[in-house]
Design a protein around this ligand. Structure first.
Ligand code: PEP
Ligand code: MG
Length: 324
């Protein structure tokens, strides 16, 4: 980091005309929380709980999980930590829980595994809640939701776990329950999900993969994986509008948030929270602090004229240089 970027640590991500964006960090390890605090992240917008699971040789016990989760919660308190329930399968294998499938990205992953194994899910959310006792900064986020039924079932299990914990004598409130928007079906359910969930958070890594039918890790088709594809931008705008209609917070926690040009478009679309890798946070903050919000809205409006992702991307980049 340059000294100039380092100096932004304690300054807000606010535009010259006074519009505020909240920049949070993506974490997984205990050390990620330290790095996040060093760049002035305002909480964790995505704590990937599969990371501690991947580091073990077997499923961590509820007690072990609770200890690990509490470290994250303490590191950020009183700022929020958004803990995503286990998102294994797809590109995130657990070697002590092998899954053999022809199409792992379309297979048993994320919330599907949790709902088929409620004992794993209940243990995990109990561990999160016990970890949060006395801190009150836990939010729970559900990955790979593709139907209202999945949301309902996951919510019921969390409520049940919470009731059991109260009966056991814990003093905790029911955490906010949010949903990741990363399956195209969830984009088209965004209005209904926004009614039911406490917040929405777009997982652009998977959403782009599924919208464009392109494996997020396949080099051969990486040219087709285009985050500035007009279909992607339309979907992102649709989600922001649906959340705003219900007055619910909407964030984006995929790699896209690390791209300053994309961050500007997202902010203009109505995203008021972005969660990104700590190393990318100061750069995004610098751009937000430089460009008036009115300019960001102008740039977003002009993107409607582009049919091609590559041209749209260079247009946004050149506008940032010209105006900032
Ligand atoms: C995403 O899909 O954008 C996301 C944030 O989650 P992950 O990369 O862990 O799948
Ligand atoms: Mg994902």
């Amino acid at each position: 980091l340059t000294n100039e970027l380092r100096a932004l640590k304690n300054l807000p991500a606010r535009t010259p005309d006074g519009k505020r964006l909240i920049l949070m960090a993506n974490t997984g390890l205990a050390t990620d929380a330290i790095q996040a605090k060093e760049v002035g992240a305002e909480g964790a917008g995505l704590y990937r709980t599969e990371i501690p699971f991947i580091l073990k040789e077997r499923f961590p016990s509820e007690r072990e999980q609770s200890r690990i989760y509490r470290q994250q919660l303490i590191a950020f308190a009183p700022q929020p930590v958004t803990m995503r329930t286990l998102d294994v399968g797809g590109d995130k294998p657990l070697n002590y829980f092998p899954i053999e499938e022809d199409n792992p990205f379309l297979g048993w992953r994320g919330i599907r595994i949790s709902l088929d194994h409620p004992e794993i899910f209940l243990g995990q959310v109990r561990a999160m809640m016990s970890a949060s006792e006395g801190l009150d900064n836990l939010k729970i986020m559900l990955p790979m939701i593709a139907s209202m039924q999945e949301f309902d079932r996951a919510e019921q299990l969390i409520i049940r776990a919470h009731e059991e914990m109260l009966a056991d004598g814990y003093d905790i409130k029911l955490p906010d329950i949010g949903v990741m928007i990363e399956v195209p079906a969830a984009v088209y359910l965004a209005d209904r999900l926004a009614k039911r969930a406490a917040f929405l958070s777009v997982g652009s890594n998977d959403l782009i993969q599924y919208l464009l039918a392109v494996d997020r890790n396949n080099e051969r088709v990486s040219n087709v994986y285009e985050s500035y594809h007009p279909a992607v931008l339309n979907a992102l705008q649709h989600v922001a509008t649906a959340a705003a209609k219900e007055g619910k917070p909407v964030s984006l926690c995929g790699e896209l948030a690390s791209d300053p040009g994309a961050a500007v478009l997202l902010f203009a679309m109505g995203y008021r929270y972005l969660s990104l890798n700590s190393y990318a946070l100061p750069r995004v903050k610098a751009v937000i602090r430089q460009l008036p919000f009115a300019d960001m809205q102008e740039i977003l409006a002009l993107t409607a004229d582009f049919d091609r992702a590559s041209e749209l991307r260079s247009f946004v980049a050149s506008e940032l240089i010209k105006r900032g």
